[in-house]
Write a protein that binds this ligand. Structure first.
Ligand code: NOJ
Length: 554
């Protein structure tokens, strides 16, 4: 355990600053709000905070459209506030981790403004430009948020490529000047003392040599740009250079967001020969999708698929590499709704998922509100949604022939706003998030689901997270022990064993609303150490029951 790095021993907490705590009455959260809540986070036992982007941005995609990589957006505060956050966090042994959005910039970034101004300016080649007929984009690629991935620019009389929104033009990583400018920006934050980076949408930075049409996955003749460009061969050369020029020789961690990388490719991305310390791969999150990640064609998935997705990455990093364990982030439905049956008791469910999150091998990432048991929200009209992808996907559903009511159902389930409703601190007005008008409605369950109530309730979801996280930190078996799946083919129970020289830990979770029985001989000498019910009869799991047993090795 001694040769473990600090970021392997701790849990990381993800903050969506816009929705965390507003100290000015503006209706959006700010950096001073985060500083104010550091003791809450210390009490939760986390050692790092990943901040989603706080750089200047027109906010088309809530900060993932950056117009300046080395400043703070005034809506969040000043560079002084940021420095204060770093130093106050440091006093509590908490590191601040920044989000690097390097596949694209905002179309308001000065680099893009220059690039689009002509075909022969110094930055003309900093983005992906193609000739074409203004009425027919160069390929049939559909952007992730819907609509063509190409937008015509009158000024240059050319198209530019955008994997995401029209306002998020893709950078041209083939140009060494672009790469150096990005490395310089990351080094700027290292000098400020940040503890690491989450690297956004990284699988899209390398484009294919030839830009050609793909087989449509949609009635309008388009195909997802993801299918055509994600994880293109040659991408790792860029990332090795990135690592060499920025990450190496710093006591930080890096975690890449890598939709499109599968567990069997992990060895090239993490571990001794890899480019990052951890990789957010998506196989457990994309289970409800058919192809193209379109919301209106959801599919039923089986528990064995979820178990396989998680086990594959556990096994792939067994001897080399490390996993981030995550069930939520600012792009996903709340995990209670995502992974558990409809009408599940939220408290039992939240604890059941926490049980897995904090006992798999890897660094757990807790997304704000997850530790309180937040659930999805459902607003009645698309106008109430802020999330750009909800609007795009709603339109896709209508184009595919679904009624507005049906289209809204997809939005209710998948909308990224589910994860973005403000933090619920107390029972007071606006859940204590803001004294002004909140930028996004507060979830209507805030009177019973908030940090203040849960701090005082020893059986709350929050206190379950605190106790189990504390246990994990001090358990050699949970930190370093091997992972082995039990009851692999069972469609009701997710069960696994972690084992070290010290002990064997067994984790069992019932994913159904029924009582289930199992052969429990292997638990003969093990003691129950955690559970979301009081007591447990070995061999029986009540609805949504989660248990952790431990057996010392003699
Ligand atoms: C992934 C981020 O998590 C998401 O919020 C954003 O919209 C896209 N990348 C584009 O940057």
């Amino acid at each position: 355990m001694n040769n473990f790095k600090w970021w392997q021993k701790t849990a990381v907490y993800q903050i969506y600053p816009k929705s965390f705590l507003d100290t000015t009455g503006s209706g959006t959260g700010d950096l001073n709000g985060i500083t104010q809540k550091l003791d809450y986070l210390k009490n939760l036992g986390i050692g790092a905070i990943w901040l989603t982007p706080i750089y200047p941005s027109p906010q088309v995609d809530n900060g993932y459209d950056i117009s300046d990589y080395t400043s703070i957006d005034p809506r969040y505060g000043t560079m002084k506030d940021f420095e204060k956050l770093i130093s106050e966090a440091d006093k509590r042994n908490i590191k601040i981790v920044m989000d690097l959005v390097y596949n694209h910039t905002s179309n308001q970034h000065k680099w893009f403004i220059e690039s689009k101004s002509s075909k022969n300016n110094p930055k003309s080649d900093w983005y992906i430009w193609r000739d074409g007929d203004p009425k027919k984009p160069p390929t049939n690629w559909r952007s992730i948020f819907g609509g063509s991935a190409w937008t015509w620019c009158d000024e240059r009389q050319q198209y530019y490529l955008h994997t995401f929104a029209v306002e998020q033009p893709d950078l041209n990583w083939e140009n060494p000047e672009v790469r150096q400018a990005l490395y310089d920006a990351a080094n700027f934050w290292l000098e400020k003392g940040v503890g690491g980076f989450r690297i956004d949408a990284i699988t899209y930075i390398k484009k294919p040599k030839k830009f050609i049409d793909g087989e449509p996955d949609n009635k309008d003749g388009s195909i997802s740009v993801h299918t055509m460009t994600a994880n293109t061969s040659g991408i790792l050369d860029f990332l090795h250079e990135f690592k060499r020029k920025v990450f190496d020789n710093h006591d930080i961690f890096t975690v890449g967001e890598a939709n499109g990388v599968s567990a069997d490719e992990l060895k090239n991305w993490v571990g001794d020969k890899g480019v990052f310390d951890m990789l957010f791969e998506f196989s457990h999150l994309v289970l409800p999708f058919t192809n193209g990640e379109i919301w209106c064609y959801p599919r039923e998935w089986k528990l064995t698929e979820l178990k396989k997705a998680l086990s594959d990455s556990q096994n792939a990093t067994k001897n080399n590499g490390w996993c981030p364990i995550f069930f939520e982030n600012h792009d996903q439905p709340r995990c209670i709704n995502h992974f558990m049956p409809k009408n599940s008791d939220p408290i039992k469910t939240a604890k059941a998922l926490a049980t897995i999150l904090l006992t798999l091998r890897g660094t757990p990432f807790i997304y704000q509100g997850q530790e309180l048991g937040f659930t999805n929200t459902a607003w009645d009209s698309i106008e109430k949604y802020n999330d750009i992808s909800s609007h795009g996907q709603y339109q896709i559903a209508l184009n595919e022939g679904f009624s507005p009511e049906q289209a809204m159902k997809f939005v209710h389930f998948f909308s990224r706003d589910n994860a973005r409703t403000p933090m619920q601190w107390n029972e007071k007005i606006n859940a204590g998030f803001t004294s002004g008008t909140s930028w996004l409605p507060i979830h209507d369950d805030y009177e019973k689901c908030n940090a203040e109530i849960e701090t005082d309730d020893e059986n709350s979801v929050l206190n379950y997270y605190i106790k189990l996280n504390d246990f994990r930190k001090n358990s050699e078996t949970l930190l370093s022990g091997y992972y082995e799946e039990i009851f692999k083919d069972d469609e009701n129970i997710f069960a696994f064993k972690r084992s070290s020289e010290k002990s064997k830990i067994y984790v069992l979770v019932n994913f159904t609303l029924n009582e289930v029985k199992f052969q429990a001989d292997f638990l003969k000498n093990a003691n129950l150490i955690f559970g979301n019910y009081q007591e447990n009869e070995k061999g029986i799991l009540r609805p949504l029951e989660a248990v952790i047993f431990e057996e010392a090795v003699k």
